[in-house]
Design a protein around this ligand. Structure first.
Ligand SMILES: C[S@@+](CC[C@H](N)C(=O)[O-])C[C@H]1O[C@@H](n2cnc3c(N)ncnc32)[C@H](O)[C@@H]1O
Length: 300
């Protein structure tokens, strides 16, 4: 691992840290298992998240010749868009903790003939890259899966050169994202316990805009801003909504496939009922969603 200034920035004890470290391979393995679903739906993901990508690229403004690191890239749509901005003299590194995700991103870069894109397997909590090695760090819907978000924030600040920019997106408040909140609520009701369990990161772990800004400022970043991008979810039917959302749910997808058939059926029925309030007169679904987009700069 490259030199790192990230110790235990949140003040956890060594025993607590060890317990978290023991969970990592399991969580990362669940993302690896979700990779084929993400690969099959990469075009859909990019289309739905296009307004987020547009805002992140506007905020970070990658320039010709610059080096860009995308963290938690999944199929890599955001970094692939950045490749056109840095041009042939620049470089984009698409990275993910799951090798299977990085491989999908690599194949997509190759299909596009992008010679300025490489891929790496990197954990955003322990970025195995030298200090001050990137002009821009991007991350769409990845930071909230960090077991120790303060460590991840310190790491992304560390790999930025002085003056370098970060732009990242996380999901906003759960109650303003019923397209996914309804699934989590239904699963929690079905299993009789909160999902994700307390202390385990999930899609809404960084849903508070003030806390997100504090996280980035606490990592030493300057000019931190947090805004919102509407990301509504449109689906032809409740069945389509359920199929798409659960296929892309990462660790949640693993939990769902492990449920007994009758429990899974009851859960689907409960979720379909709960989501029906978003039905349009035409029978389709229009479900609200909002993303938080944050940006900052390494001083210097
Ligand atoms: C919700 S998906 C987002 C994928 C992609 N950024 C996008 O917007 O299409 C979350 C991604 O985070 C990755 N991930 C989860 N934990 C990670 C970690 N600790 N370090 C790096 N990537 C991680 C997963 O493998 C997955 O690809």
């Amino acid at each position: 691992m490259a030199s790192t200034s990230a110790g235990q920035p949140d003040g956890r004890s060594s025993a607590e840290q060890e317990a978290l470290d023991a969970m990592r391979p399991h969580l990362h393995g669940m993302w690896a298992a979700a990779a084929p679903s993400w690969g099959e739906r990469a075009a859909y993901v990019d289309e739905r998240a296009a307004p987020i990508a547009e805002r992140l690229l506007a905020l970070s403004a990658p320039q010709p010749g610059e080096r860009v690191l995308e963290l938690a890239c999944g199929p890599g749509g955001l970094g692939l868009a950045a490749a056109g901005l840095v041009g042939p003299g620049g470089e984009v590194v698409l990275s993910d903790v799951a090798q299977e995700m990085a491989a999908i991103a690599a194949a997509r870069a190759q299909e596009r003939g992008l010679a300025n894109v490489t891929t790496r397997v990197l954990d955003l909590e322990r970025i195995d890259e030298p200090d001050r090695s990137y002009d821009v760090v991007l991350c769409r819907d990845g930071l909230m899966f960090a077991l120790v978000p303060a460590r991840a924030a310190a790491e992304l600040a560390r790999v930025l050169r002085p003056g370098g920019r970060v732009a990242l997106a996380v999901w906003g408040p759960r109650e303003r994202n019923p397209w996914l909140g309804v699934v989590l609520d239904a699963v929690s009701a079905q299993v009789g316990a909160p999902v994700p369990p307390p202390g385990i990161p999930g899609p809404f772990a960084l849903q508070d805009a003030g806390a997100l800004a504090g996280l980035l400022s606490g990592a030493g970043l300057a000019d931190v801003t947090v805004g919102e991008v509407p990301v509504p979810f449109e689906a032809a039917s409740p069945e389509d909504w359920w199929a798409l959302t659960t296929a892309l749910a990462g660790p949640l997808a693993t939990l769902l496939t492990s449920l007994p058939a009758d429990a899974a059926q009851a859960l689907r029925a409960r979720a379909r009922e709960d989501i029906s309030s978003y039905r349009t007169p035409a029978g389709t679904l229009q479900i609200p969603g909002v993303s938080l987009v944050a940006a900052g700069r390494r001083p210097g």
